[in-house]
Ligand binder design. Structure first.
Ligand code: TRP
Ligand code: ZN
Length: 504
């Protein structure tokens, strides 16, 4: 018998008692004092990824995030480079177990209020192991040394497996320039004129409470209020025109496609927005900083002018473009790299043509199909780099074979060949071999199984794991199935051996 049928007798009474009825929610556990059947236990504080043990969380799946943000960028120099963010995150989730409590990831910012299904929780100190906490409560653990940043929520009544719940977190604080595990800027990176927001791999938690791992994809809505004159750009498309009142402008964006948290952005700056449509009907929204240097502005506009042709080429090579729109956010500040934020990559100071091709290819390879564990990063970067090679060849530049030969010209005693591409370690996510040996692996695979099986494997991969995540082993299985060849030894040599493979 399902929990639902067991408790229907109490439904009406409980609905009447509930402070707020959640539209579309199953009000099951709001009713029974305790879920029956399996005991309710805490959700895990991580998604089970050994590179980032506390990123993501267990016990629930987020369906949708609605982020209502207000942001005050820093004052002009010599004021410190510190902004002020306040937010209300409305998180619609489904419990995947009977839940005594569960975590969200949130780094640094203060929490002012937590509600679950309209019932407010009280802030308490973190309990010691085994200690019980009375009633609906929440607490924080912020352990920088362990990269453990958690907001734990104890809902009362407890959530029942399969139950939908709405969690509302009101939060905020100063924003600075956070760094990832290897010291690169990421997350909500405060800039003099706004913020460059790029979260890979687990920096989304620097600006909203989140299950910060690609295995928990969700849809997103954004309402971003900034001082009048500033432009806020997020993923997807505008839901309505911006609204200005009392010197503040609210920008509305809607990202209805499944999206991993590391691909979320809500960048703020002195942008000019350009909106267009490709011949094939895809909406393109570009946000280009007004303060790029003249040379960077010229390079950027030439690159962005090629986007429609690149989309057409990758659609013909891979599969249909996976999301509702594309475009670019080009900031005059720099985080030192570009990121493939979903539908709208972020570029530092300039968007070169090869980088635009790379970030566009990620929309398929990385965004529509994402790594199940961060050790699979080569599936993103190897593929996006290989797509750069393909675009160069397509647009009259160097052939993919020539790019491959350039990688194979690296001497066998170079440390480049010592990285295990299929497991580079959390400090090795973005090292050159992940990109270049990753791309070379794909070219070698193409030489091994032939063009037909190679591109058919790519398409099969994208169809089979669309809107989801997958591993290197899943990729190998697709290639073996499509080609009919055993590729164990091939992938061991290219991805798991810390020495140079023989040149095919
Ligand atoms: N994923 C980005 C790209 O290749 C690169 C990236 C993300 C990166 N974080 C980084 C590169 C940190 C260097 C350092 O499109
Ligand atoms: Zn990349």
């Amino acid at each position: 018998m399902s929990a639902r049928t067991r408790t229907t007798g109490a439904v009406l009474a409980a609905l009447a008692a509930a402070a707020v009825a959640v539209p579309g929610a199953t009000p099951v556990a709001a009713l029974a004092a305790e879920p029956r059947g399996e005991a309710a236990t805490p959700g895990d504080s991580g998604a089970g990824d050994p590179y980032f043990p506390f990123a993501g969380n267990g016990g629930y799946d987020v369906r949708h995030y609605d982020l209502d943000l207000t942001y005050q960028p820093p004052a002009p120099e010599p004021a410190p480079l510190v902004g002020r963010l306040s937010g209300v995150a409305t998180i619609d989730l489904t419990a995947t177990q009977n839940l005594d409590r569960f975590n969200l990831d949130l780094r640094g910012l203060d929490v002012h209020e937590v509600e679950v299904n309209g019932r407010s929780a009280e802030e308490v100190d973190p309990p010691s192991p085994g200690e019980q906490v009375e009633g609906a409560a929440y607490w924080r653990v912020q352990n920088d040394a362990q990269r453990q940043w958690e907001l734990t929520i104890q809902p009362r009544p407890r959530l029942t497996k399969g139950e939908r719940a709405r969690v509302v977190v009101t939060y905020g604080g100063d924003t600075t320039r956070p760094t990832d595990i290897e010291g690169a800027l990421y997350g909500w990176v405060t800039t003099r004129d706004g913020a460059m927001v790029v979260n890979e791999p687990e920096g989304a938690m620097t600006w909203y409470p989140v299950s910060d791992h690609p295995t928990d994809k969700a849809t997103y809505g954004f309402e971003i209020t900034v001082p009048e004159g500033k432009v806020a750009v997020a993923n997807g498309l505008p839901r309505r025109k911006p609204v200005t009142k009392d010197g503040w402008t609210t920008w509305f964006w809607k990202a209805p496609d499944q999206q991993a948290s590391y691909l979320t952005t809500a960048s703020v700056g002195d942008f000019t927005l350009h909106t267009s449509k490709t011949d094939r009907g895809l909406a393109v929204v570009n946000a280009v900083d007004k303060d790029l240097t003249a040379a960077n502005a010229a390079t950027t506009s030439a690159s962005l002018a090629r986007q429609a042709d690149m989309i057409a080429f990758f659609e013909d090579t891979f599969t249909r473009y996976p999301f509702n729109s594309f475009g670019a956010i080009v900031d005059d500040d720099s985080v030192g790299y570009a990121l493939e934020t979903q539908t709208r990559p972020v570029y530092s100071r300039v968007a070169s043509e090869s980088t635009v091709a790379h970030e566009l290819a990620h929309q398929w390879l990385g965004n529509a199909v994402s790594p199940e564990l961060w050790r699979g990063i080569w599936l993103n970067e190897g593929w996006a780099s290989y797509a750069e090679w393909l675009w160069a060849e397509e647009s009259g530049g160097r052939s993919a074979q020539a790019s491959f030969e350039e990688v194979m010209a690296i001497p066998a005693d170079d440390p480049f060949w010592t990285v295990v591409v299929a497991d580079p370690g959390p400090l090795g996510l973005f090292v050159a071999p992940v990109y270049d040996r990753g791309a070379a692996t794909l070219h070698a695979l193409r030489l091994e199984i032939g063009d037909r099986a190679f591109f058919a494997s790519a398409r099969r991969w994208l169809q089979r794991y669309d809107d989801s995540t997958a591993t290197t082993e899943d990729f190998e299985a697709v290639c073996e199935k499509v080609s009919g060849e055993s590729l164990d030894a091939f992938f061991d040599t290219w991805l798991r051996t810390p020495s140079k493979p023989p040149t095919p």
